[in-house]
Design a binder for this molecule. Structure first.
Ligand code: ARG
Ligand code: ZN
Length: 857
């Protein structure tokens, strides 16, 4: 049942051209496809094409009907036998039913709009095709539909022709001049309003930009448009890549499984990643939207013009495109903060995945359902690997190698190997074969450091060693090439910054002429998070306090602070609070607050007590209810002890709160942290102050106000929840935050209060956004999920079973919530295990089954 990389075989045919004809009727769509097939393997007489849930009416080869006995349709494919011709046109007349499709894969309907999602294997639900990324074809597409129901008809490329037909129908013909794999095909039909703009490329070509949204949403697209234009410009400046058509369309769709999709010249987005302005969207969301728009746009070259040979190469486009979108955000905002955010995201999500049952290499060795591999490992760890490559060969070589890669493989399907070879082509220090081990290993590598100090010789030796905690994978025993950014602090004013490269299992790095007044020079490792690893050193807690004084690197500062929080939490969980460390740490935080030069986003980071989700991914034998309690206690303690300084800071930043994004975002970020701490200190005065912000015209402040009440049980919580609901009930994108907020609230009736959310008239069971808002928040921010009698787990199990029938993609991701049951203490562990077993007894999708099988082998 597994697909394996080593089984890769070139397809027997090429399909240079595809003509598609879509006739959209009330209850079904007639799809007639003509595939131009060119036999490559002259020994074959058969043709097997993928296809699911398509009713075949007729088949023809070069206009002659194929009799029923010469073809066979099975559940997921079509087999035609006895084909004598080497070049022929296969015509397939089929019927599909988008209205009945709840999976949001292939062609489906969302709020009356017909749309498609083909990546990875959705095209086969629209028409028969080899449906693999190494088959590149030129597409011509005719769409015909009723003019009133479907006034807008879109597909990839350029419009060839538009006509009115009889019976109030119309047709349009699209032609995409660039050969593409089937996963990049897209079609949209429906009542959509178009907001127009344009962009002049560096070679003076005018590109029309059309953003399609549902009527009424036009006022929310300016942010998307300006983000797109910024991205187009940035890709020209940074990578010398220019857009290659004269039209670029984006459509916002309400019911969408993922963030967005890079279909050639017709990007389709989850509406929550298009519709935005500062009244409805938080600063963080604005930045995320800008980043996703950039990501999809950047795919035009890294993914579309150069695509992937097979799905084992998924990170070739995703890792690389994430790397590019991260660079973009770093360039247009603050690169140090961006690095901090990305490192935090990776450590929280990818490290969690990599230490659990669904851990896999960036190039997985096998899969059942490729949709299960759109993971943070493929995306974010993939990006980190490219970041290391860039660091190792330096910018000049990196960009040269990148351009060579693009020009060599333009119009082709490439592999990760080929990419790495291009980047390392003219370099002598890095052995490509050794570097590529990064793609084959799974698990988070661990690096250990030890300092040996010779004061008389002024010589500091750093011993480094690497290992991988997961032994099953044979590649994990091989050494990786690991770039380490370090700083050596000799004293307050003297810092030596260096990048060293660990290439073997054990290695020594020697630094001479080090003059230091410290007992032993202080070293910080992996500054800017230079490699996606964990590490351990001989740095003492006393020294860590010094790091907080000397260090300037944002990542290292926040990481060091995190170490303190964790230490404090662990001691308290053990019922042995270390008051000495706590007090000293609090004084350090006070000095950060008092430092008027500190970046306020960084300050907010430093003052944020870890959440349950952060702690959960890093602990063993965990007692969830106790963790929730300890975190609440700490918020109370820190809020109380820092009160005076926090109030002072509050005053200082209040005047900047209504600046327009990106101005004022650091202040707004900090205010959320301050509010939360102060509320937890039982400060009554702050309550009434915060409530005033719930209907603020800044969504960042409104949501900050709302969310800071999440764990504060008081009558005001209900009041602000109602204010927010009444203001936003008709805006589904914003209302999801209300669903999320309410899913975080713990009420004695336990899961009943969550069930009420599903019964709410504004709950839309087809919306993955709302479903995720409720489910994800409940399991990560509401301790009721971990009710000691197991009722929270059972409740969620029921939801999993029900919703898996509707949408396997959403559920197979969500079910990973149970993947760390082994790290829980009793009775949680047994309760979770019991629940997983119960879920497994049901009829489940292949997606969800594959993940469950990994969770309990
Ligand atoms: N290629 C899209 C992106 O990263 C994601 C599509 C994911 N689709 C899926 N069925 N897993 O931009
Ligand atoms: Zn992508």
């Amino acid at each position: 049942k597994y697909i394996k990389l080593e089984d890769y075989k070139v397809f027997d045919y090429e399909i240079p051209e595809i003509f598609m004809d879509f006739v959209i009727n009330k209850n079904a769509v007639n799809v007639t496809t003509k595939l131009k097939l060119v036999k490559k393997n002259k020994n074959t007489k058969n043709l097997i094409l993928d296809g699911t849930d398509i009713l075949i009416k007729k088949l023809f080869i070069d206009d002659s009907l194929i009799e029923k006995q010469y073809y066979k349709q099975q559940k997921n494919n079509l087999k035609i036998e006895n084909i004598k011709k080497d070049i022929f046109l296969l015509k397939i007349e089929g019927i599909i039913k988008p209205k009945e499709n709840t999976s949001l894969l292939g062609m489906y309907e969302s709020n009356g709009i017909i749309t498609t999602q083909c990546e990875a294997e959705g095209f086969r639900r629209i028409s028969f095709h080899a449906d693999r990324p190494d088959i590149l074809s030129k597409y011509t597409v005719r769409i015909e539909a009723d003019k009133n129901d479907y006034p807008v008809l879109l597909s990839n490329g350029n419009v060839l022709k538009e006509n009115n037909l009889t019976n109030n129908r119309h047709e349009i013909i699209w032609e995409d001049p660039y050969p593409k794999p089937s996963y990049l095909f897209a079609l949209v039909a429906g009542k959509l309003n178009c907001v127009k703009d344009n962009f002049i490329t560096k070679s003076n070509k005018k590109v029309k930009i059309n953003i399609y949204v549902e009527y009424g949403d036009e006022k929310y697209v300016q942010h998307a448009i300006s983000s797109l234009k910024k991205s187009m410009k940035w890709d020209e400046d940074k990578y010398n890549l220019e857009y290659d058509l004269s039209l670029f369309n984006i459509v916002a769709i309400r019911h969408f499984n993922m963030g967005a999709m890079e279909n050639k010249s017709l990007n389709i987005f989850n509406s929550k990643l298009i519709l935005a302005n500062s009244e409805t969207t938080t600063d963080e969301e604005l930045e995320r939207i800008e980043g996703v728009i950039a990501h999809e746009y950047f795919h035009n070259w890294t993914g579309n013009r150069v695509t992937c040979r097979d799905w084992f190469q998924l990170s070739l486009k995703e890792g690389l495109t994430v790397f590019r979108d991260q660079q973009f955000t770093a360039d247009v905002h603050n690169s140090e903060i961006k690095r901090l955010d990305d490192a935090k995201f990776l450590r929280r999500n990818q490290f969690r995945e990599d230490s659990g049952p669904t851990s896999h290499p960036v190039m997985p060795e096998k899969y059942q359902e490729i949709d299960n591999f759109y993971t943070t490992t493929i995306y974010e760890k993939g990006s980190e690997i490219i970041r290391m490559l860039n660091k190792l060969v330096k910018d000049e070589n990196f960009y040269k190698g990148f351009s060579n890669y693009i020009s060599t493989y333009d119009g082709k399907a490439a592999t990760i190997d080929q990419f790495v070879d291009k980047i390392l082509e003219h370099n002598k220090e890095i052995d490509p074969k050794k570097f590529k081990i990064w793609y084959k290993q799974n698990g988070t590598p661990k690096v250990k450091f030890k300092r040996i100090w010779d004061q008389t010789d002024e010589k500091l030796t750093i011993e480094a060693s690497q290992s991988n905690p997961i032994k099953k994978n044979l590649y994990n025993d091989l050494p990786l090439i690991i770039p380490i950014n370090l700083a050596i602090f000799c004293d307050e004013n003297k810092t030596i910054e260096k990048t060293v490269v660990l290439k073997t299992k054990k290695q020594e790095f020697v630094f001479r002429n080090i003059r230091s007044h410290l007992q032993i020079p202080l070293v910080t490792y992996f500054r800017e998070f230079s490699s996606p690893v964990e590490w351990e050193s001989d740095t003492t807690f006393e020294e860590k306090f010094l790091i907080l004084r000397y260090e300037k690197d944002f990542f290292t500062l926040s990481n060091t602070v995190k170490v303190f929080y964790k230490k404090i939490i662990l001691c308290r969980l053990d019922e042995k609070p270390d008051h000495k460390i706590e007090n000293k740490f609090i004084s350090t935080l006070i000095s950060f607050i008092k430092n008027r030069d500190i970046n306020l986003s960084l300050l907010s980071e430093l003052l944020s007590i870890p959440t349950f989700a952060e702690i959960e991914s890093e602990m063993e034998n965990l007692d969830p209810l106790k963790i929730y309690k300890t975190i609440d206690e700490l918020n109370h303690l820190f809020g109380t002890k820092l009160k005076e300084e926090l109030y002072f800071k509050l005053q200082e930043i209040e005047t900047s709160l209504d600046k327009v994004w990106p101005e004022g975002k650091n202040e707004r970020k900090l205010i959320e942290t301050i509010w939360k701490l102060l509320l937890h200190s039982d400060d009554e005065e702050i309550k009434s102050k915060i409530i005033n912000y719930v209907d603020s015209n800044s969504m960042t402040l409104a949501k900050a106000a709302l969310n800071s009440f999440s764990r504060i049980n008081c009558p005001e919580r209900k009041i602000i929840s109602n204010i927010f609901f009444n203001k936003w009930k008709n805006n589904s994108v914003v209302l999801d935050s209300w669903f999320s907020f309410n899913a975080s609230i713990e009420i004695d009736e336990k899961t009943n209060s969550i069930e009420k959310l599903f019964e709410n008239t504004y709950f839309d069971s087809k919306s993955p956004n709302t479903l995720r808002a409720i489910l994800n928040t409940f399991v990560t921010r509401n301790s009721t999920f971990h009710a000691i009698d197991g009722s929270g787990y059972k409740y969620i199990a029921k939801k999993i079973i029900d919703f898996d029938k509707l949408n396997p993609i959403v559920i197979s991701r969500f079910i990973k919530v149970f993947s760390r049951y082994n790290y829980y203490s009793e009775p949680y562990k047994s309760n979770m295990l019991e629940t997983i077993k119960q879920i497994k007894k049901n009829k489940l999708s292949t997606n969800t089954k594959e993940v469950l099988d990994a969770i309990i082998e």
